[in-house]
Design a protein around this ligand. Structure first.
Ligand code: PMV
Length: 335
């Protein structure tokens, strides 16, 4: 029998209109409360912001096993992998256990969407190994079962995730390819350590904020306006919407019970640096996911200036990024 083994690479993504909080009855499927929009991002330097995952199914394996960045996965981590792999294994009618290895080339669990890249690569590699000919849209639904935002990392460029109301109707589609919108960013890494509260726990607490309903309503409005701004290649509108949307989400995080305060002193420093640059005429905007690190959005012509300004502000670790390509099947295996 042929070896059921495959590897895939997927890139991380940064939400321009955020997903924060899950549908109360469909939380187990990571069905969000609102549509969201993101940029799948590729690092332009040594760090590519990618996850490389290899999976093999074989009767040689007595039980499922895996490693993340060289460290053996525990039962809890494996159970999360199975959320994505089991429905695929079932669809293919393959009873074998798996071995998997996943390697990120960037800090894991630090608000840089390592789980998005990881689960997108896992869905892509597992479907390929099991010889399931699934579209990227269908794979995006499968990746969502591991981490909601992973749905958006199957596609490159700028991506829309339809919230939907069921497993089938909650999927991501590409709005425009990586070269269709001249968007760049510099990621200011304020703290590369793993965050203390995972986004999974954060989503569960979101409903306790008095502002959540308003934030969901606003996000739906932001997503619609973002779609138009992207179609019209209107960078200032994209930037303004992204910054406003991120601040709304963090207001919900801060006012939830338990309260989540992901910002650190360096986070505020970057936010001010971005605004001061904007006052000086360089159009740049910030957005922040569930962590202290800041994604500073700009046009290609301002990227170097922005990078320098962040260096002056004392941020030592910066990652210039551009829209990434689609996830893809890789020729090299990790084992
Ligand atoms: O997919 P999760 O559970 O890691 O949640 C992602 C949440 C944010 O990154 C804060 C927002 C988003 O839409 O990606």
């Amino acid at each position: 029998m042929n070896s059921l083994k495959s590897s895939a690479i997927a890139y991380s993504n940064i939400a321009l209109v955020k997903y924060w909080g899950r549908h109360p009855r469909l939380a187990h499927l990571n069905i969000p409360l609102n549509d969201s929009v993101s940029m799948t991002k590729e690092g332009m330097g040594k760090i590519k912001l990618q996850s490389h995952t290899t999976i093999e199914f074989s009767s040689r394996y007595k039980s499922d096993s895996g490693s993340l960045n060289g460290k053996k996965m525990g039962e809890k981590e494996l159970a999360r992998m199975r959320l994505v792999v089991d429905p695929l294994r079932e669809a293919a009618g393959v009873p074998d256990a798996f071995r998997l290895a996943s390697q990120n080339d960037f800090p894991t669990a630090a608000g840089l969407a390592s789980s998005a890249a990881g689960f997108a690569a896992l869905a892509r590699a597992a479907a390929d190994a099991l010889q399931l000919d699934y579209s990227l849209g269908l794979l995006s639904s499968m990746a969502r079962l591991g981490s909601g935002s992973a749905a958006r990392s199957l596609h490159g460029g700028l991506v829309w995730w339809h919230a939907g109301h069921s497993h089938e109707s909650s999927y991501a589609e590409q709005l425009c390819g990586p070269n269709d919108f001249p968007l760049r960013a510099v990621v200011a890494v304020v703290n590369p350590d793993a965050k203390k509260v995972s986004s999974l726990d954060g989503h569960s607490a979101a409903a306790s904020s008095p502002f959540q309903k308003m934030q969901v309503k606003e996000s739906l409005r932001h997503a619609k306006r973002m779609r138009v701004a992207i179609a019209e290649k209107d960078f200032p509108a994209v930037g303004q919407l992204a910054e406003q949307n991120a601040l709304n989400m963090h207001a919900v995080m801060m006012t939830a019970n338990p309260s989540l305060l992901y910002w650190e002193p360096g986070t505020l420093k970057v936010m001010h640096a971005v605004r001061s640059l904007r006052e000086k005429g360089a159009e740049t905007y910030f957005t922040i996911d569930a962590g202290p690190n800041v994604h500073c959005l700009c046009r290609p012509r301002d990227q170097l200036k922005l990078d320098r300004a962040l260096q002056v502000a004392g941020i030592r670790f910066r990652i210039p990024v551009r829209p990434a390509k689609d996830s893809y099947i890789a020729r090299t295996h990790l084992f």
